[in-house]
Design a protein around this ligand. Sequence first.
Ligand SMILES: [Zn+2]
Length: 281
Amino acid sequence: MYALLKVVLFSLLFAISYCAAPDARIVSETKSEQRRPLTVTYVGNEGVLISSGPHQLLIDGLHREYKPDYAFPPPALLGALEAARPPYDQLQLLLVTHIHLDHFHPQSVGLHLQNNPGAVLVSSAQVGDDVKEKFGSYREIESRVRRVTPEWKTKAALEVKGIKVNVLGLRHGSERFSWIQNQGFLVELNGTKLLHIGDADMTAENFSSFHLPEERIDIAFIPYWFLLSDQGRSLVKEHIRPKQIIAVHIQPAEAEKVAEQIRKANPGTITLTRIGESKSF
Ligand SMILES: [Zn+2]
């Protein structure tokens, strides 16, 4: 009797696994064709390292200690980034939103490009010119510095090593910074759409011409102050409408308190405050 039961159970299990196998394979194949897993790692202030499959890019991640309000890559991490030590030797694309020193340092960007011949910089003319002026070995890297500076409210499309990038002309917040060329980046990587807006001015007019909700953005990196004001929250909802918001630019001094306020006011939002923390999607 026991032996018979064993045979029946075994046959049943075999039948189940035989039937289940092909479907499971189709599901995983379809999924991998559409979208590959992606990891976001926090580097400091608005700095994020994004990796998916063989692709790796860094947005606003190469900057140095500047003012206490801004998180920055600590010396060991900064040294590894500048020297392009593994795993940072795999970086293909550096994107810099604007020239402010809590987002960018010309030496750090220059050094990474010098030490990683596989990397390309895409940024504004201001950023490109600043690297040219301040990085001594500019000649070694100049062929990999791409200045793309669309006018306010207009965009430019390009592709670098299989990574599709739309550069968006977004005005920087505050009148005193009106001279700054601030850029947003709409990046498409292995089926995931990501948006980074730098320090974009918090007005509907700045965003409306891009019709971003139609892009069906998966992940948007948003400066935290947008998420702590009614105007900013409705701007994100009406003019960006991402599936996932990640709050950045949170000051280190009150990081946990502010992060909690943000999550309370914007349920489901991810807050990046700890350098090196990663999120997978
Ligand atoms: Zn700025």
